[in-house]
Structures are given as structure tokens and as C-alpha cells.
Design a binder for this molecule. Structure first.
Ligand SMILES: Nc1ncnc2c1ncn2[C@@H]1O[C@H](COP(=O)(O)OP(=O)(O)OP(=O)(O)O)[C@@H](O)[C@H]1O
Ligand SMILES: [Mg+2]
Length: 360
């Protein structure tokens, strides 16, 4: 997919000094640098889980802006905090989770919204497409009834007849070849791909301002994955929703991402236009992640070039969380955490090595 157009993208000016930057066109003071206001602005988001005396810092200061019509990808290994970031936006956790920072939807902070108001936001203004379409659907109710319920619940249509007509339209819009049959079907009567299309129809039924998709194609086979990604891109272009797409798959990020944030141990360590980050990665972790993609005929393992495992969220080491695995780490990396700095136009990375380069 094309990289972001200037009209909607956040622009961080290339800097000759290692000024603090965040992946959203804000300067070190958190002020916007003149970019168009985002639909959703995540600022210094922290999500901590506490259970049975254990504290897990799953998200540790994420800044991210989502713009209309743009797909922003969160890419990273298992456990890096992608899903927790996505679900924190929708406040999908119980009492064992605490949040700090801000998640502003067109200026309204969702983290401080009363639960009842948050309920109204969920599904209508922000919708989610989960990994497993089967779990997202009620197995005992027909697809049409589930769509009609969402349309009526959020008062998108004036009456039941209008809801039924709109439901059929939506099924058609998501590329279901026989909308009338699918309308009458139970989830188990559909293939995985058709089920995911139905879930996407429900997600877009209220014309959400923000669409969050957590590994939306991981449960599907490869050809179906490609079709669903195509559908996704087409719908986003039509609906102009701002999209956060979570994936561990570099191929998916490359295929649909306008911008990509690479997550490691609860932080975004590199951010920028997808094509640039994936073709010319700057952070040693991004390079290791891309190096680990298997290519035909070449034997490669998971993060083959890097020893060790990502830290467990409860045990983040001092300094840079990647420091213990990084082949370039030096003393400062083991004592001081690295923050995102500008490393080129619209690009940021959090690495002491790059700080030295930028200020040289
Ligand atoms: N409800 C929860 N309670 C406690 N810890 C949690 C909870 N959900 C996630 N975590 C922890 O938070 C960290 C980040 O998890 P998260 O699910 O965001 O990873 P992820 O990047 O989405 O990985 P994957 O690719 O496997 O889905 C992990 O260490 C995980 O164990
Ligand atoms: Mg996940």
C-alpha cells in the first residue's frame, strides 16, 4: 500500500539533534508539530496488570496517532504488548488492569469516560475485528440477526425493516457472494473466510471512526488471508476510518500498512512509513525481526541473528529493554532507557546508537 499522503500524515521534521520525538508528529513537549489532528491520539499509554501479587507492565509509554483512511500497523513478536495496546484503547480489561496516559477520540479522553459512555463508544465509534471470527459471533444466532441487532442497538437505522435491508447491503459490501443465504446462515455453516467477512460487516456497520483489527487474518489460510486484506484496504478507502492493525507478520505489515510501529517489551521502538521501516530498518531490533523472516532455500530461525528471548513484562531490565540481546549495546544501553528520536523525515527510533549518529 502507498505510504501516507501529506494531507493525513503526521510529519516529524528531520532533526540534526536527537530531540525527543513520538510516532505522531509531536515534539518533545508533546505538542503537535502542525500536522492534521488525528482521529485517535494515544499519549504515553501505560497498562499494568496486577494479579496474585504480580505486576506486569504490558504497555510502557506508547504514543500513537491514527488518521482517517490510514492503516497504522503495530508489529512485533508474541508478548510485545500489541494486543494490550489495542484492547486498552477500547478499555476491554477488568479491574486487575490499570491505565495511565490518554486515549483521545477526536479530543475526548476515553480513559476517563464513565463506563456507560464508553459502552456507547465501543462498537459504534470504535469497532474491533478480532483474530478469531468464530469466537466473535454468537454460534446460536443467524448472521443476519446479529447484524440487525448491532444496527438497532446503535440506532443506525430507524426500524427493523431498514436494519434488515442495511444488513444485506453490508454483507454485499464485504464481498459475500450470496448475501441472502449468508443472512439466514448460522456461523458454523460458513467457511472461515466468510465468517471473518461477516465479522467485518458487523464491525463496519456503524461506520466507525476507528477500526481496530487484532491479527484479523492469522486464523485463515493464506489465499483467504490475501482476500481479507484486500477487502480491508478497499473498505478503509471507502469508509475513511482510521485503522490500527495488529500483526506479528511482516508480510501483512508490508501489504497493507501505511505506517508501522515496531513494538518490543511494551514500547514502540521504531516508527515510520511502512515501506521505509521495512526496507531500511534503523533499530537493531527491527533489523533482527526482519532478518528472521524465512526466505526459500535459506535456513532461518526466529530472530536467528539475536540471542536470548524478549524480557517477561514483569521483569524488564534496566536501560534499554533490548539491551541484553542487542549486538551493538554499550554501557549506556544497560543503564538508561532509550526514547524515540527523529531519525529522518517522519521516522523515529529509540536507540542510543542512533542518538550518537544523529547528533554527530
Ligand atoms: N489480562 C492479562 N493479565 C495479565 N497479563 C497480561 C494480560 N494480557 C496480556 N498480558 C501480558 O502482557 C504482555 C503483552 O501481551 P499481548 O497480548 O499484548 O502480546 P502480543 O504482542 O499481542 O502478543 P501475541 O502476538 O502473542 O498476540 C504479555 O506478557 C502478556 O502475558
Ligand atoms: Mg496479541
Amino acid at each position: 500500500m502507498e505510504t501516507a499522503t501529506p494531507a493525513t500524515s503526521s510529519v516529524v521534521a528531520a532533526s540534526s539533534s536527537p530531540a525527543a520525538a513520538s510516532p505522531d508528529g509531536r515534539d518533545g513537549t508533546g505538542q503537535p508539530t502542525g500536522a492534521v489532528q488525528p482521529t485517535l491520539r494515544i499519549s504515553d499509554l501505560h497498562t499494568v496488570f496486577r494479579s496474585r501479587g504480580l505486576t506486569v507492565a504490558a504497555v510502557r509509554g506508547v504514543d500513537l496517532d491514527l488518521h482517517p483512511g490510514e492503516i497504522t500497523v503495530l508489529l512485533g513478536e508474541s508478548g510485545s504488548g500489541k494486543s494490550v495496546t489495542a484492547k486498552s484503547v477500547m478499555r476491554l480489561y477488568g479491574a486487575n488492569a490499570s491505565f495511565s496516559g490518554a486515549v483521545e477520540l477526536e479530543g475526548r479522553d476515553l480513559l476517563s469516560l464513565p463506563p456507560k459512555e464508553m459502552l456507547a463508544v465501543r462498537g459504534a465509534e470504535i469497532a474491533m475485528v478480532p483474530q478469531d471470527p468464530t469466537a466473535a459471533l454468537d454460534p446460536l444466532r443467524r448472521i443476519g440477526a446479529q447484524l440487525v441487532e448491532v444496527l438497532r442497538q446503535h440506532k443506525v437505522v430507524p426500524n427493523k425493516a431498514a436494519a434488515q435491508a442495511r444488513a444485506l447491503e453490508l454483507l454485499d459490501q464485504v464481498g459475500i457472494p450470496d448475501p441472502k443465504r449468508v443472512y439466514r446462515s448460522f456461523p458454523h455453516e460458513l467457511s472461515g473466510g466468510m465468517r471473518q467477512r461477516a465479522v467485518i460487516a458487523i464491525a463496519v456497520s456503524c461506520d466507525p471512526k476507528v477500526l481496530i483489527a487484532d491479527e484479523p487474518t492469522t486464523a485463515l489460510d493464506v489465499t483467504v488471508q490475501a482476500q481479507i486484506l484486500d477487502l480491508f484496504q478497499r473498505l478503509i478507502a471507502e469508509l475513511h476510518s482510521a485503522v490500527l492493525l495488529v500483526t506479528h507478520d511482516v508480510g501483512v505489515a508490508e501489504e497493507v500498512g501505511d505506517r508501522v510501529g515496531v513494538m518490543y517489551a511494551g514500547r514502540i521502538v521504531e516508527f515510520g512509513p511502512a515501506a521505509e521501516v521495512l526496507n531500511t530498518p534503523r533499530h537493531p531490533y527491527t533489523r533482527a525481526l526482519l532478518d528472521s523472516i524465512p526466505t526459500p532455500g535459506v535456513e532461518r530461525g526466529r530472530l536467528r541473528s539475536i540471542v536470548g528471548q524478549p524480557p517477561v513484562s514483569g521483569e524488564i531490565p534496566a536501560g534499554c529493554a533490548f539491551g541484553l540481546r542487542c549486538p551493538h549495546a554499550f554501557a549506556r544501553c544497560r543503564s538508561v532507557d532509550a526514547t524515540l528520536i527523529s531519525v529522518g523525515e517522519r521516522r523515529q527510533a529509540a536507540c542510543h546508537l542512533l542518538e550518537e549518529e544523529v547528533s554527530a
